[in-house]
Design a protein around this ligand. Structure first.
Ligand code: FAD
Ligand code: NAD
Length: 492
């Protein structure tokens, strides 16, 4: 391979880039996979996996707190922060190791450690990589690369509002949390989105003093006002939070971060924390690529206009995938988009469309929050004629048995066709219910057809059946579900 002139260059070796590489390699051996940071992917290093490793012990401890309500005397375990963080890091390293192992079959001559930037639509300038331990592009003698086709898979980074910088060296992001040697005493978590809620609740349950600072009352990007209100009530009953903190001012007093703010009840408060964790959203890394030199049409955020069924930017030889595209910033979609972008970059100018999966999001809070198909806000914005069926999990049989009976699910169905369109929900084991719903939506099933599927007794899925029956009634396609329906079994 001529290392300065390749068929396909892939910028970024995260989930999307690795998936693109595997696809491109089926068609050509003339490839450059360019990575400026450490290998291992955001998901394994600082994202999905370490966050779930922190959440798991927090949930285990929380279950102990609930045992007395079952009549079991239990002492809530003292948290050994050093041991706990050691496990988080070592399991995280195992997952990173699996990713790096999966790259062992890659041709080493395809891999370039450098920061890529466009000089024109086909030429990339390669600068020193950020990871000091790696071979630098200059040391390889490659400082410029010409590529016939290019995949942009550069991921995203935390977005930090200017006002938070007053916390100085006490300002951290998710990456820093997973390097901790011990748990801190206190953390102010800014941003009540997915990351803020997952990490904030886990730290709180591990005995760290936490407050979650939100803006405008939003929580975990729930768009259905009823689900959002229920979730806000349920989550904040346990986790100290100001979801609509106003007049926020951050400053330092010695080692402490001081936060002055007006809380949700209108009271002026001043609180001190060891750390300020910014979980205030993420921004695409495409802004550091010099895309203005490519001639691509960019949107207001600097992201090229692309087709979600091809990942092609305009009609060009450039394709985009994963978090950098800022369209569906979750792991399985990054992998899909990488595959699609890689496939089309390899075969360009032959470009195929590929049907996308039903959108799905799961927030690993407790209770879990999930979204499937079309969001409530999207249906309203698109002017879709839809009906809503809803079910509370407070009286749901199996949920009560297990003492996890908190939750509200709202299901959306299309008027006239009876098709299930989407759902937003908070409740027990909802990561599983979200999958069932995503599968039946993707199969384009009507609510009536879904109700023909089997439901065991007593299971949490029976709550879903009640919601679907309510939706069928609201669509005018089924009877009013009987109160305490006995064919469902008690509590069904
Ligand atoms: C705390 C947290 C928890 C999460 N939890 C979940 C979860 O539970 N479930 C889920 O589905 N998703 C989760 N996500 C989201 C998921 O991690 C991302 O959607 C996914 O990792 C994106 O993959 P990617 O390939 O687009 O980006 P990355 O994996 O970030 O890869 C991009 C790569 O490009 C490199 N790069 C950037 N610019 C350049 C350049 N100019 N030149 C060369 N290389 C460059 C970067 O160094 C990086 O290695 C979480 C994210 C975070 C932060
Ligand atoms: N379980 C999962 O699948 C999972 C978990 C974590 C992250 N992720 C992915 O990572 C992405 C980024 O997550 P995120 O939580 O950083 O972003 P987010 O967009 O979900 O939430 C950011 C929140 O910060 C708030 N905010 C912004 N500026 C603020 C300020 N000055 N003060 C207070 N609040 C402020 C926003 O209003 C928003 O609610 C998610 O969209 C998701 O795709 C997924």
């Amino acid at each position: 391979m001529n290392p300065s002139n390749v068929d396909v260059a892939i910028i970024g070796a995260g989930t999307a880039g690795l998936s693109a590489y595997r696809e491109v390699r089926r068609y050509t051996d003339s490839i450059a996979l360019i990575e400026s940071g450490p290998f291992g992917t955001t998901c394994a290093r600082v994202g999905c996996m370490p966050s779930k490793l922190l959440i798991a012990p927090a949930e285990a401890r929380h279950r102990l707190e609930r045992l007395p309500a079952f009549g079991i005397a239990a002492e809530v375990g003292r948290v050994d922060g050093v041991a706990l963080m050691r496990r988080v890091r070592s399991e995280r390293d195992r997952f990173v190791g699996f990713v790096i192992e999966s790259m062992q079959g890659f041709d080493p001559s395809h891999i370039i450690r450098a920061h890529a930037r466009f000089e024109d639509a086909h030429s990339l300038r390669l600068d020193r990589a950020t990871d000091a331990d790696v071979t630098e592009a200059a040391a390889d003698g490659i400082q410029r690369l010409r590529a016939d086709r290019i995949v942009l898979a550069t991921g995203s980074r935390p977005f930090i509002p200017a006002m938070l910088h007053a916390a100085g060296d006490r300002l951290i992001v998710n990456d820093d949390v997973f390097e901790w040697q011990d748990l801190p005493r206190s953390v102010a978590v800014f941003g009540a989105g997915v990351i803020g809620l997952e990490l904030g609740q886990a730290l709180h349950r591990l005995g760290v003093r936490v407050r979650l600072f939100g803006r405008g009352g939003g929580l975990a990007s729930i768009s259905d006002p009823e689900v959002r209100a229920y979730a806000a009530r349920t989550i904040t009953a346990e986790l100290p939070a100001s979801l609509d903190a106003r007049e926020v001012r951050v400053h330092r007093d010695g080692d402490a971060v001081v936060i002055d703010f007006v809380d949700d009840d209108g009271n002026a408060r001043s609180e001190r924390y060891d750390w300020l964790l910014a979980a205030t959203g993420r921004t695409s890394n495409l802004d550091r690529l010099g895309l203005e030199k490519t001639g691509l049409v960019l949107d207001a955020r600097g992201i090229p206009l692309f087709g979600p069924l091809t990942m092609q930017c305009g009609a060009s030889h450039i394709f985009v995938a994963g978090d950098s595209a800022a369209d569906r910033p979750v792991l399985h979609e990054a992998a899909d988009e990488g595959h699609l972008a890689g496939h089309n970059a390899a075969r360009y100018p032959g470009v195929f469309k590929h049907v996308r999966r039903t959108p799905m999001g799961v927030v690993f809070s407790d209770p879990q929050i999930a979204f499937v198909g079309k969001r409530h806000a999207q249906l309203v914005a698109e002017g879709v004629d839809f009906a809503i069926g809803q079910v509370s999990f407070e009286d749901q049989g199996r949920s009560r048995v297990m003492m996890v009976n908190q939750g509200l699910m709202r299901l959306y169905g299309e008027a006239g066709t009876g098709l299930l369109l989407g759902a937003e929900m908070i409740g027990p084991e909802h990561e599983h219910l979200a999958h069932l719903l995503a599968w039946v939506i993707q199969m384009r099933m009507t609510v009536t057809d879904i109700l023909e599927l089997p439901f065991y007794h007593p299971v949490i899925e029976e709550g879903l059946r009640t919601g679907l029956r309510e939706l069928n009634r609201a669509l005018g396609m089924g009877p009013k579900p009987p109160l305490r329906c006995i064919d469902c079994g008690p509590g069904g």
